[in-house]
Structures are given as structure tokens and as C-alpha cells.
Design a protein around this ligand. Structure first.
Ligand code: ZN
Length: 333
């Protein structure tokens, strides 16, 4: 009997000893848990990744969170949407257009800066980098006076090689942005039901796999957050500007520790939410003017955030009205 009592006591001691560990596991939080955030933008891909042949996207996000109903801005133009993805406010606030991004250099003293400026303010010495195909992003969206390493290549395949060379040289950026443009080009030429559009999505999926592997093999995913996002889709006939479902539904995919594996993040997700996700991951305070939020069921420690629509009433009204147009075109999807 004495032996049995001893066993019970020993078991209790072991159980109590494990409790602090269990408690520590519950305390894990995504806030500031990441050393690196990688945002990979695929221009013009909309939500069509879900219909394509994308083995690399599938393997990367097998244990990640993926949403194919992430809404664009209420105008499906590139600069308006990349501006929102990177700043967390609507295009009505940041005011960026393709023309403006081409012609006007942006500096950090703007009212609604990108996450690059916010990261720079918090991490004065950190490496920040942006590798794009479409140069207006580097010229007129991401600020030019905050020491961001910027690179442009008009060929997505060569851009991929440049990105891998950058990581293989030992660079470990706190924040890294990529924009691929070739899917958008084919979308304009042949539309979003064409064989070549999906062929190009498959090709860029290959580039995505290479970029991920270069980041991973250099040890940066251990504390890294990897995001794939799109700015808009394309109409069946090609082109984008309006609010049809083919244009306004986009991809948001996130992988990293503390991300809810297999989550679809469910409703009310916007592509501008990338800004909120990025700031949270890097442990940065989110400016009160944001209308980006952290989607439900993304980080294991965050749920039930509401979008602060009062910050942007016009966007709220337009978004509600636009939803009618989007839904009425669902049969075209
Ligand atoms: Zn675009």
C-alpha cells in the first residue's frame, strides 16, 4: 500500500512539474514573435490560385491559413490596392493611383505611411527590402527616404534569381516585399479563363517555391512569417477596374508559427489586412487610423477583432454598396 501511495505522490509531483510548461504553451502569442515578415505579392492573380496548378503554394501553406475571398479596394487598380495592402487604409485615405505612383516619389512624412516606414521607425538599423517587377511600387508607394533596399526586374524569372542571390548573400531582412507582374500581363492579354493565364499562375507558383526555399534554407523561416497576397483579379475578357467578383476576390495566405493550421480565416477579410498582420507579427503598435484588422482564426491568440469602419465612413458605404455588384456577378465566377 505504501508503494502505491508513493506512486500517487510521485505522479502528482510530475503533473505539477509539467503545469508551468503547459501554462507557458498557452501564453504563446503571435505579437512580436517574428524576426522576419515576407510579403509575396502576385499582381493580377486574384483568387484564381485556387483554380490553378500550384504545388508549391499548396505545400508551403499545407499547415498555414488560406483565404480566397479577401476583398480588394473598391476600385481594382494596382497602385490603389498595393498602397492599401502596405498601409492598412483604403485608397480613399492614401490617395495613391497608378499615375501618381509612377510620377511622384513618396517620402515617410505622408499621412498614411506604409509598414516599411513604421518598421523603420521601430527598427532603425534593420534591413528592409523590396524586390518588384512593377517599378511604381518602389518609386511611388514604398517611401524613398527610409533606407529600404530596392530592386527592380521586369522579368519575373530573373527577379526570382535576384531574390535568391540576395538571401544567399546572407541578408536577413526584418521586412521583405516582392511583387510579381507576369500573371497580370497575361490576364490583360487573354483574360482570366484562358489557358495561358493558368499556365502563368503555375509558372509563378514555381518562382514562389524557389523564393520560399531560399528563405527557408537560409534559416529565416524559423522565426519568419510568410504571406502571399494579390492586389486584384481579372475579368473573363481580361482587365480590371470594376467590382465584379472575378476582380474583387483575392488570395491571402499566411504561414508561420502561431498561425492556425488549416484555417480559412472566414469572412470579412480584406487584402489591406496584410498591414495589420505585419505590424502585429513584428510587435509594432498599430496606428489608430487603420481600417485593416487581424482576420479571425489567423493567429492562435487573436479572434473577434472588428474592423474600425468609423475611421473611414465613405469606404464603409462604398464597400456595402459594392457588395451588391460583387454578389450579382457571382455567377460569372
Ligand atoms: Zn495589379
Amino acid at each position: 500500500m505504501a508503494k502505491r501511495v508513493l506512486t500517487v505522490i510521485l505522479s502528482l509531483v510530475l503533473l505539477l512539474g509539467c503545469l508551468p510548461l503547459a501554462f507557458a504553451a498557452e501564453q504563446q502569442t503571435g505579437f512580436g514573435a517574428y524576426e522576419h515578415v515576407f510579403i509575396i505579392g502576385i499582381d493580377g492573380a486574384g483568387s484564381f490560385i485556387q483554380d490553378g496548378t500550384t504545388p508549391n503554394f499548396n505545400r508551403i501553406f499545407a499547415d498555414g491559413a488560406v483565404n480566397f475571398r479577401s476583398r480588394t479596394e473598391m476600385i481594382t487598380v494596382s497602385a490603389q490596392n498595393w498602397g492599401s495592402i502596405l498601409s492598412g487604409v483604403s485608397y480613399l485615405k492614401h490617395g495613391l493611383t497608378n499615375n501618381k505612383a509612377k510620377k511622384t516619389e513618396r517620402s515617410h512624412d505622408t499621412a498614411y505611411p506604409t509598414v516599411f516606414t513604421l518598421a523603420r521607425q521601430a527598427f532603425p538599423d534593420a534591413e528592409l527590402a523590396s524586390y518588384v517587377n512593377w517599378d511604381p511600387i518602389n518609386h511611388g508607394i514604398i517611401e524613398n527616404d527610409i533606407d529600404v533596399t530596392k530592386h527592380q526586374n521586369s522579368d519575373d524569372e530573373k527577379l526570382t534569381e535576384d531574390i535568391c542571390a540576395y538571401f544567399n548573400a546572407g541578408n536577413a531582412p526584418k521586412l521583405f516585399f516582392v511583387q510579381y507582374d507576369s500573371v497580370d500581363h497575361v490576364g490583360h492579354d487573354e483574360g482570366s479563363r484562358s489557358a495561358n493565364y493558368f499556365k502563368q499562375i503555375k509558372t509563378v507558383d514555381g518562382y514562389l517555391g524557389k523564393v520560399y526555399d531560399c528563405i527557408e534554407s537560409n534559416g529565416l523561416m524559423e522565426n519568419g512569417l510568410f504571406i502571399v497576397v494579390s492586389d486584384h483579379g481579372h475579368m473573363i475578357s481580361g482587365g480590371h477596374f470594376g467590382l465584379t467578383m472575378r476582380e474583387t476576390m483575392t488570395t491571402l495566405a499566411v504561414k508561420g508559427k502561431h498561425i492556425v493550421s488549416g484555417s480559412s480565416m472566414e469572412k470579412d477579410t480584406r487584402n489591406r489586412d496584410v498591414a495589420a498582420i505585419t505590424l502585429y507579427a513584428l510587435g509594432l503598435a498599430r496606428p489608430s487610423y487603420l481600417t485593416a484588422k487581424i482576420p479571425d482564426h489567423l493567429f492562435s491568440d487573436v479572434s473577434g477583432e472588428t474592423r474600425n469602419w468609423k475611421n473611414d465612413v465613405l469606404d464603409t458605404i462604398l464597400s456595402s454598396m459594392a457588395w451588391v455588384i460583387t454578389l450579382s456577378t457571382a455567377f460569372l465566377r
